[in-house]
Design a protein around this ligand. Structure first.
Ligand SMILES: [Ca+2]
Ligand SMILES: [Ca+2]
Length: 141
């Protein structure tokens, strides 16, 4: 009995055997393209002809993941510039990199003292802003 079970197990194993040698994976969507496992999501090379190995990879450790799954570089979140297509890098910021309005919105350095109220309360244009360029003081006063 045990011999039969072992035999059946081996048949099942062989029947479901991957077309790739051990340590390699099949490029999904291809017939027989095999690549080493470590080539999947190596963020360097497209090894599968259909790019499967670099598709749907999580963001790299030095990247920031947008709510919609896009990857942006670390440091681009909460900097006052929209990088994610869904703007998730600029929403719900606890701390802004350059300037934070009282309502929590992040501004970039070009929005400070540029003559336009980017904060709802206009605190980015208040006199005495240390980043103010003397050229703009006339307009502020
Ligand atoms: Ca940003
Ligand atoms: Ca401004």
């Amino acid at each position: 009995m045990k011999g039969i079970l072992t035999f059946l197990f081996l048949v099942a194993l062989l029947g479901s055997a991957q077309p790739c040698p051990e340590g390699q994976v099949l490029c999904e969507g291809t017939e027989d393209e095999c690549i080493p496992e470590e080539y999947v999501c190596d963020y360097e090379y497209l090894d599968c002809s259909n790019d499967w190995d670099e598709t749907n990879c999580p963001c790299r450790p030095d990247q920031w993941t947008c709510a919609n799954g896009e990857c942006i570089w670390a440091g681009q979140d909460c900097d006052g510039y929209k990088h994610c297509g869904d703007n998730s890098d600029e929403t719900d910021c606890v701390t802004c990199r350059v300037f934070q309005c009282e309502d929590g919105k992040c501004l970039n350095k070009y929005q400070l003292c540029d003559g336009r109220d980017d904060c709802l309360g206009g605190e980015d244009e208040e006199p005495g802003c240390p980043k103010c360029d003397p050229r703009f003081l006339v307009r502020i006063i």
